[in-house]
Design a protein around this ligand. Structure first.
Ligand code: PMP
Length: 366
């Protein structure tokens, strides 16, 4: 029996599961994780909080995750200067699940989502998975959003959901506040459109968070994650900030008790250590800037990065370069962007190994 022998939905036929190769190589710089392990003090605190939660595992967890959402609202308020309440914040198992809940609520059969490609591929895949039609909007040659073309695409396709990824994955660049405002207004002028600003990497940006833009814009949603800056990809905790009505609306599709008591306890422990964890962000940004400098000095074209990763090229055969870098023990990512590869900023040692590998590969190929 093969997948295609099963009576699966037509739109899933011939598709492959999303995910970068998980290869066991010494230097893994392919999935935009934080390379630093959690500090022992935090590990001990997680164990303590999880032990507490474990005693009550005979009961379902807090379905509304109120304590966690309150702490997330506090973190957002502290880091953006924009005061948020618990009712404006919602959390789920990774921002992927947050996005899925948004699409289940505002997309679905007969509805349409639009994003500007190349961007985070899961926006398209979760759209398709929820029966939402996907429309790929254009970008400029430098990977910034082409505003005129974007406004035209909004008028033509009339999406119900618009994705703006800032900083954008895989290209790395943040979207200007003015562009987001213009696109929000242009979308609403056509029809009520939920605008999802995916800020998974915002803690690494040169630019301020766009989160304060939710004020007075009830259809603007900002999604965040603890997988990147907080260095807790294994935790699976994503969240959103929006008008309380949006938070109420996603309750209609969330599974009851979707966030386990263990997840809530672990996330709360991590949030107690926000300052330590965000200390790594400063180091990673510095490493990122050094990588940009060094790659540029090698004569490569580097896309401006506001993230913990960098898009670089231009290569005639990026897959061959990806393989050659891998042959030197360094795993980077080929996202299928013509001529380009993507590398995640790692520890200083990992960055050095990567730069050494690239320098050697460039020499080998020339
Ligand atoms: N948004 C973007 C732009 C991402 O790159 C990722 C992860 N690679 C996510 C969302 C999802 O992250 P998570 O589900 O771990 O929160």
């Amino acid at each position: 029996m093969k997948i295609d022998d099963l009576p699966i939905r037509d739109e899933l036929r011939g598709q492959s599961p999303y995910g970068a190769p998980q290869l066991d190589v010494p230097v893994q710089l392919n999935t935009n994780e934080n390379p630093y392990r959690l500090p022992e003090e935090l590990v001990a605190r997680i164990a303590e909080r999880v032990a507490e939660a474990a005693r009550d595992l005979n009961r379902y967890p807090d379905r509304d995750a109120v304590e966690l959402r309150t702490e997330l609202a506090r973190y957002l308020t502290r880091s953006t200067g924009f005061a948020l309440t618990t009712g404006q914040v919602w959390a789920a198992n990774g921002s992927n699940e947050v996005i899925q809940q948004l699409l289940q609520t505002f997309g679905g059969p007969g509805r349409r989502a639009l994003g500007f490609e190349p961007s985070y591929q899961m926006h398209e895949l979760i759209s398709r998975g929820t029966g939402t039609e996907w429309v790929a909007g254009p970008r400029n040659a430098d990977f910034t959003i082409d505003e005129a073309a974007a406004v035209a695409a909004l008028a033509e396709h009339r999406p119900d959901v618009l994705f703006i990824c800032s900083p954008n994955n895989p290209t790395g660049t943040a979207v200007a506040r003015e562009t987001v405002l213009r696109l929000y207004d242009a979308a609403q002028a056509v029809k009520p459109t939920v605008v999802v600003v995916d800020e998974a990497y915002v803690e690494f940006s040169h630019q301020d968070s766009l989160l304060p833009l939710i004020e007075g814009r009830p259809l603007m949603v900002v999604t965040r994650t603890m997988s990147k800056a907080f260095g807790a990809a294994g935790l699976r905790l994503g969240y959103l900030a929006a008008d309380p009505a949006v938070v109420d609306a996603v309750q209609l599709v969330r599974l009851p008790y979707h966030l386990s008591a263990v997840t809530q306890a672990t996330a709360l422990a991590c949030l107690e250590h926000t300052d330590t964890l965000l200390g790594y962000v400063r180091r990673l940004k510095q490493g990122r800037d050094e990588l940009v400098e060094r790659l540029t000095a090698m004569g490569l074209e580097v896309t401006a990065s506001d993230s913990n990763f960098i898009q670089f090229g231009v290569f005639e055969d990026p897959q061959a370069v990806w393989q050659a870098i891998l042959d030197h023990g360094v795993l980077v990512r080929n996202n299928g962007v013509p001529g380009r590869l993507r590398v995640t900023a790692g520890t200083p040692e990992e960055n050095a190994a990567f730069l050494q590998a690239v320098a050697t590969v460039i020499k080998e190929l020339s």
